[in-house]
Design a binder for this molecule. Structure first.
Ligand code: TYD
Length: 215
């Protein structure tokens, strides 16, 4: 039996984080065993990498490799065993983030990051990805009202424009591969209020739960 893999993505300030626990709670209420986790992080080693990643300098290439080193451990020790046991993994960010932040934002290139993706998990993609899409100016205003910024959150609007564009390239590739409305990525208009967004997620989760058959 194999569980399902759901990820949440978006630029900092788009507001995805409040919906992750709600998603886990929703699934648990339907009898699903859920691993709620995050990237970088989710294991002792990956959390140690996260600490460096968010707070200390590294060149863009090293950043990408750190993200994948953390992901390698997270996949091996946490996500893959959970999925193999039939649990569902709900993860705050995954490889789309490295494509967007290091590939787009830092400029190392989407293809380079996708090479690492092919190396580490050619066999595994999320079943569903909720991409919280928001204008970077609006996201910056939201971040200004939140807590102290880490290394990424303090980047300028231009950086987040590039991150957003790289996310959009992943959406376009997903549509090319699976057809419009049939891919893994659901783009959520993050300028809407949290109640409205939750309704969209809830509806999609209900339809996923009813159409996904055990594999
Ligand atoms: P996140 O957990 O969303 O931050 P927070 O807990 O502050 O809401 O993400 C951590 C940061 O790391 C975020 O700015 C995006 C960045 N990041 C990358 O640059 N590359 C990656 O591969 C991942 C997973 C995250």
């Amino acid at each position: 039996m194999t569980g399902r893999f759901i990820t949440f993505e978006g630029i900092d300030g788009a507001g995805k984080s409040t919906h992750l626990p709600a998603c886990a709670q929703f699934l648990r209420a339907r009898g699903v065993v859920v691993l709620l986790t995050r990237e970088p992080g989710g294991t002792e080693l990956a959390e140690a990498i996260r600490d460096w990643f968010l707070h200390r300098p590294a060149d863009p290439q090293t950043e990408a490799l750190l993200a994948f080193a953390a992901r390698s451990d997270h996949l091996a020790r946490s996500i893959r065993p959970a999925l193999a046991a039939g649990e569902w993994a709900v993860c705050d960010r995954f490889t789309d983030s490295t494509v967007a932040y290091q590939g787009g934002g830092r400029g190392i290139g989407i293809e380079r990051v996708e090479q690492l993706e092919q190396w580490l998990h050619p066999d595994l993609q999320p079943d569903r990805t909720y991409l919280f899409d928001l204008d970077p100016e609006q996201a910056a205003r939201r971040r200004a009202m939140a807590r102290a910024a880490d290394r990424f959150e303090s980047e300028d609007v231009g950086f987040f424009e590039r991150v957003r564009q790289a996310y959009q390239a992943r959406v376009a590739a997903d549509v090319r591969q699976h057809g419009a409305g049939r891919g893994r990525i659901v783009v959520v208009d993050a300028s809407r209020g949290p109640g409205e967004i939750w309704k969209i997620l809830e509806e999609d989760l209900i339809s996923c739960c009813s159409t996904w058959t055990p594999r």
